[in-house]
Design a protein around this ligand. Structure first.
Ligand SMILES: Nc1ncnc2c1ncn2[C@@H]1O[C@H](COP(=O)(O)O)[C@@H](OP(=O)(O)O)[C@H]1O
Ligand SMILES: CCc1ccc(OS(=O)(=O)O)cc1
Length: 212
């Protein structure tokens, strides 16, 4: 496989905090992050990167604004939804800890807290244009404006307003494909076997299942 090309080689340093690799600024401000006190009506979106964060943010903002795009297009996603910890790490280092621990941890916590556990794959099915019948014009607008094709054209939701040094859309647009199962177009049989073995081992003992 060809190495991804990127001119911007001097990216931010990483370090460990609580045994998890994180961008250095996150490590340096960890005490503040840990001490974060949510208000009762705060809404936290807790996704593993690349798992549908931006889509969820758009849906939430559309719901909070009754589907009014004049209001949701007030600013780009990262301004509308500040990240508690968020710096892009150096190329090659995978930060934010294990995906398996992330999804299992929130799964186990879902009964003790007010957690709505969402699956990207379910949202794709539930919000499929051919399946959904809208009850209200507001719901209609929310679903329309959070669809992949519409978000891809929305500069306030597609990350085209961030500098190319941060995200170079000529390498890959952020709104890339938005489909389930695209791994089949990229994994070899051998890679898939390795993935399956690793997945079975790390997800053993949980009732959590994914339809990918
Ligand atoms: N409205 C939408 N519908 C479906 N997928 C969406 C979407 N908006 C963003 N995505 C997809 O969510 C992924 C990015 O997730 P995150 O926001 O957590 O980084 C990208 O996946 P692909 O690269 O597979 O297309 C992106 O295309
Ligand atoms: C602006 C850079 C960037 C990087 C990664 C993103 O995805 S996620 O929200 O962390 O999943 C979005 C924007």
């Amino acid at each position: 496989m060809e190495e991804p090309k990127c001119e911007w080689t001097e990216r931010i340093a990483v370090d460990y905090v609580k045994g998890i690799l994180q961008p250095k600024p996150t490590c340096d401000t960890w005490d503040q992050i840990w001490d974060f006190q949510a208000r009762p009506d705060d809404l936290l979106i807790c996704t593993y990167p690349k798992a549908g964060t931006t889509w969820t943010q758009e849906i939430v903002d559309l719901i909070l604004n009754d589907g009014d795009v004049d209001r949701t297009q007030r600013a780009p996603t990262h301004v509308r939804f500040p990240f508690i910890e968020w710096i892009i790490p150096s190329i090659g280092s995978v930060c934010w800890g294990s995906w398996h621990d992330h999804v299992k941890g929130w799964w186990e916590a879902r009964d003790q807290h007010r957690i709505l556990y969402l699956f990207y794959e379910d949202l794709k099915t539930i919000l499929a244009p051919s399946l959904i019948e809208f009850d209200t014009p507001i719901l209609d607008k929310i679903v329309h404006h959070s669809s992949f094709d519409v978000m891809k054209q929305n500069p306030m939701a597609n990350y085209t307003v961030v500098p190319a040094e941060v995200m170079d859309h000529s390498v890959s647009p952020f709104m890339r494909k938005g489909t389930v199962g695209d791994w089949r177009n990229h994994f070899t049989v051998a890679q898939n076997e390795r993935f399956d073995e690793d997945y079975q081992r790390k997800m053993a003992g949980t009732s959590l299942t994914f339809q990918f």
